[in-house]
Design a protein around this ligand. Structure first.
Ligand SMILES: [Zn+2]
Length: 276
């Protein structure tokens, strides 16, 4: 009896070992740190093997420790599919992207010229300013600040969220891409993570006092409607360091900070960085 029993145990053990060998042969290739990736998510992961990770046809640059970052915008649909290339073998790694529902946000009482600018001078100004902002967002650096746990850049009441469909003075406009934090003019705005200042503008047409911080690997954050801008382009900032103050400059109905997050040209939801 004892013999049969131990023979039986050996069989079970062998079976278990074989099963675990099979599952360990299928080692995970990447690890995704972002919980519940959704439309507007900055997605951070790490390669667990030597190789390349490709997203939308382009390799993602890896940090020295193998991390990578990319983002999916408001309109992203389906899975975000990574292609892992290792030893000339390609493996697809799909990441489920949760679809979201968007608010409708009505803003009334804006000056006409700020909603539908008509003068040639203003239109030229808007175009030039948009180019300056876009070029600040193409800055590439290999600092790891995007890996930090971000903090809120200002205290206040959340008065607007990412993705809302906007109706300005009754006219449907582009969605809102920032997180609005309302507070008194002069309330300090701090860097939510380390970075390097890539744009400082005291008064842009739409966004008023504007600052952009590069956090590395294509991730940058923007602060608009500022009353004061207290940094200079090229300056390094640490998390928690004051960069400016809340205001109502540009197209704003009251004092608030509009905080934005980009991966290169893709507009992301900054609020998702500070949910947990
Ligand atoms: Zn806003």
């Amino acid at each position: 009896m004892i013999n049969t029993n131990s023979w039986f145990k050996v069989v079970i053990l062998t079976l278990l070992c074989t099963l675990s060998a099979i599952s360990s042969a299928k080692q995970p290739l990447v690890q995704i740190f972002t919980k519940e990736p959704q439309q507007g998510s900055m997605i951070v992961g790490r390669m667990l093997i030597d190789g390349q990770v490709i997203f939308q046809g382009k390799p993602l640059v890896l940090t020295e420790t193998g991390e990578f970052v990319f983002g999916v915008g408001r309109e992203f649909e389906g899975d975000a599919v990574l292609t892992i290339v290792s030893n000339s073998e390609k493996t697809k790694y799909p990441i489920t992207i949760k679809q979201r529902k968007w608010n409708i946000e009505r803003v009334d009482g804006l000056p006409k010229e700020k909603v539908n600018p008509r003068s040639k001078e203003t239109l030229t100004r808007i175009k030039k300013e948009a180019q300056r902002v876009a070029s600040a967002r193409t800055v590439w650096s290999e600092q790891n600040s995007f890996l930090m746990a971000f903090i809120l850049p200002a205290n206040g009441r959340i008065s607007g969220v990412y993705g809302s469909q906007r109706i300005l003075n009754g006219e449907p406009k582009r969605p809102h891409f920032g997180l609005d934090i309302a507070n008194k003019t002069g309330t300090p705005v701090v860097a939510p993570a380390d970075g390097v200042i890539t744009l400082v503008e005291p008064d842009l047409f739409y966004s008023g006092g504007t600052i952009i911080i590069d956090h590395g690997f294509g991730i940058n954050s923007t602060y608009i409607h500022l009353n004061s801008v207290d940094v200079t382009a090229g300056q390094s900032v640490k998390q928690g360091e004051v960069i400016g103050t809340i205001g109502a400059t540009g197209r704003a109905t009251g004092p608030h900070l509009d905080w934005r997050l980009n991966w290169k040209g893709v507009r992301l939801d900054p609020q998702l960085l500070i949910l947990d």
